[in-house]
Design a protein around this ligand. Structure first.
Ligand code: C2E
Ligand code: MG
Ligand code: MG
Length: 446
C-alpha cells in the first residue's frame, strides 16, 4: 500500500514531508544553524466541542494563513496534525529563532470572530536548534517536547536543551513517541506488518452475535497497541487507507467464516476521518462486492464522538451504508461525548457500553443503575445492547441482571488471528450445542 502523504491544510507540508525536508536541510549543516519551532494552540479541543469540527477547521485555516504571513521566504511551514504546526528555518542562532517565535505568537494571538463569538487564541512554542550529529526525527521530537514543557509550565515558549526526555514526564514522552510510531506504522504498511485479529461477541444464550475486527501492527516482531497507532493514523490521514484495508479484509474474512459454516457478522471500527471522505460509500461497496458478501454480514462500529458533528458527508455516508443493508453500532457508549439527543437521530442497531462500566461491577451500585438505564434506553430504541470488556463471571452476572443482550471480553475470548478464531468457533459450537441439549432435556424432565 503506498504511503498516504496528504494533508488537510492546503499549502502546508505534511508530517512525513517535514521529516524529509528537515533531513535535507540538516545534511551538511553545522550545529545550531537549523531551528524547528513546534507550535500548538491552547484549548483547541474546546473550540471543536463548542463550534463543531467545521468551526475548528475554520480556525485552523485562519491560523495557517497567519503563520504564512508571519514567516517569510526561507521558512518552511508544516501541519503536524490537529492543532499542531511546525516552522523549519535556517538560523543564525537562538535569538533569531526566539524573535520569530515572539512575532508568530503576536500574530496568532489576534482575536478571531467565529459565529459572532470573539475567540482569543493562545499559542505555545517549543524551539529546538540542531545538535551535533542529530537527525531530523530527533530535532522535531525535541521541539515537540519543548512545546509540551512550555504548556505544562505555563510558559509561552521554551527552548529544548539537549536530550530532555528524562526530565519531561510521561505526557511529553507520549507526545514524543508520535513521530516514532508514525515511522513504524509506515514500516508495517510496507513490510506487511498489519493484520486483523477477531474477538467474538456472545449473546445471552451463548450463540455468537458477531466478531469484532481489531487491527494489529507488528514491527520487527514487536506489537504496537492500536490505542497508540490509531490516533497517529488519524492525525496523519493514514487512517483512510488503513480503514479501507480493514473493511475489505474484514469482508473477506466474513466470507471465509461463511464458507466454513459460520454465517457470522464481522464488525469493523470506523474513524471519523473515513466517513468524511466522499468516496467512503464506494470503498464500502467495493469491499462487499470483492468479497461477494451480503451487506448484512458487515457491521460498522462508530464511536459516539463522531456524532458531535454530523456533517452532510458523514450523514450521507451513514445513510448509504444503512440503505445498502450494512449494520451500524455505537461503540464505547456512555463515557466520551454521550449526547442523548443524538441517539434519536442515529439509526444504529447496536449499542456497545464502554468497558468502564463492566470494570466497576458488581461492587458499584451507581454504575449498575447507569448500566440498567442505558440498557433499557438502547432496547427501547430497538438496539441490541452489548457490554464491552467483561472479564469476570461476577461482572457478567451483574450485567445480565441489568438486562444486557450480549457481551464481549476476556471472560469468553481475547482477540485472535483468523485461524485461531476458526478453531475457537469449532470448540465453542460443540460446547454450545451440548449446553442447549442439556437445557432442553432439563426442561422436558421438569
Ligand atoms: P474498541 O473498538 O472499543 O475495541 C475493544 C478493545 O477492548 C480492544 O482493544 C479489545 O482487545 C479490548 N478488550 C476486549 N475485551 C477486553 C477485556 O475483557 N478487557 C480489556 N482490558 N480489554 C478488552 P484493542 O484491540 O487494543 O483496540 C483498542 C481500540 O483501537 C479499539 O477499541 C478501537 O477503538 C481502535 N481500533 C482497533 N482496530 C481498529 C481499526 O481497524 N480501525 C479503527 N478506526 N480503530 C481501531
Ligand atoms: Mg470497536
Ligand atoms: Mg469499544
Amino acid at each position: 500500500m503506498p504511503i498516504n502523504d496528504t494533508n488537510t491544510i492546503a499549502g502546508l507540508l505534511s508530517r512525513a514531508r517535514c521529516v524529509q525536508l528537515a533531513q535535507y536541510m540538516i545534511d551538511g549543516a553545522r550545529p545550531g544553524s537549523i531551528a524547528a519551532l513546534w507550535i500548538n494552540l491552547d484549548r483547541f479541543q474546546q473550540v471543536n466541542h463548542s463550534f463543531g469540527y467545521t468551526g475548528g477547521n475554520k480556525i485552523l485555516s485562519i491560523i495557517a494563513n497567519r503563520l504564512e504571513l508571519a514567516t517569510g521566504n526561507g521558512v518552511h511551514l508544516g501541519h503536524m496534525g490537529a492543532d499542531e504546526f511546525l516552522c523549519l528555518l535556517p538560523t543564525e542562532g537562538l535569538s533569531q529563532a526566539v524573535a520569530l517565535a515572539e512575532h508568530i505568537m503576536t500574530m496568532l494571538e489576534e482575536p478571531i470572530m467565529l459565529n459572532e463569538t470573539k475567540l482569543h487564541p493562545v499559542a505555545r512554542i517549543g524551539i529546538a536548534l540542531l545538535e551535533p550529529d542529530e537527525d531530523s526525527v530527533s530535532l522535531l521530537q525535541r521541539a515537540d517536547q519543548a512545546m509540551y514543557l512550555a504548556k505544562r509550565n505555563g510558559k509561552r515558549w521554551l527552548q529544548a536543551e539537549g536530550d530532555i526526555t528524562a526530565a519531561s514526564g510521561s505526557c511529553s514522552i507520549l507526545a514524543n513517541t508520535e513521530l516514532e510510531i508514525e515511522s513504524k506504522l509506515h514500516q508495517a504498511i510496507e513490510s506487511g506488518g498489519l493484520s486483523l485479529h477477531y474477538q467474538p461477541i456472545l449473546r445471552k444464550d451463548g450463540s455468537i452475535d458477531a466478531v469484532e475486527a481489531l487491527m494489529r501492527c507488528t514491527v520487527n516482531g514487536r506489537d504496537i497497541s492500536p490505542t497508540l497507532f490509531i490516533p497517529v493514523a488519524e492525525k496523519t490521514g493514514l487512517i483512510t487507507r488503513l480503514g479501507e484495508w480493514t473493511m475489505s479484509q474484514g469482508a473477506i474474512f466474513a466470507r471465509q467464516l461463511d464458507e466454513a459454516g459460520y454465517p457470522i457478522k464481522v464488525a469493523v471500527n470506523i474513524s471519523r476521518a473515513q466517513l468524511l471522505a466522499p468516496h467512503f460509500s464506494q470503498a464500502l461497496s467495493s469491499a462487499l462486492i470483492y468479497a461477494a458478501l451480503p451487506a448484512d454480514r458487515l457491521e460498522l462500529e462508530l464511536t459516539e464522538s463522531l456524532f458531535m458533528d454530523m456533517s452532510p458527508t458523514v450523514q450521507e455516508n451513514l445513510c448509504d451504508a444503512r440503505a445498502a443493508g450494512v449494520g451500524l453500532a455505537i461503540d464505547d457508549f456512555g463515557t466520551g461525548y454521550s449526547c442523548l439527543a443524538n441517539l434519536k437521530d442515529i439509526h444504529a442497531a447496536k449499542l456497545k457500553l464502554d468497558r468502564a462500566f463492566a470494570i466497576a461491577l458488581p461492587e458499584d451500585s451507581r454504575a449498575f443503575a447507569i448500566v440498567k438505564a442505558m440498557t433499557r434506553l438502547g432496547q427501547e430504541l430497538g438496539m441490541t445492547v452489548v457490554a464491552e470488556g467483561v472479564e469476570t463471571k461476577e461482572q457478567m452476572h451483574a450485567l445480565l441482571h441489568a438486562g444486557v443482550d450480549a457481551a464481549q471480553g476476556y471472560l469468553y475470548a481475547r482477540a485472535m488471528s483468523g485461524d485461531d478464531l476458526l478453531a475457537w468457533l469449532k470448540v465453542h459450537k460443540k460446547k454450545h450445542v451440548a449446553c442447549v441439549r442439556k437445557l432442553s432435556h432439563d426442561s422436558l424432565v421438569r
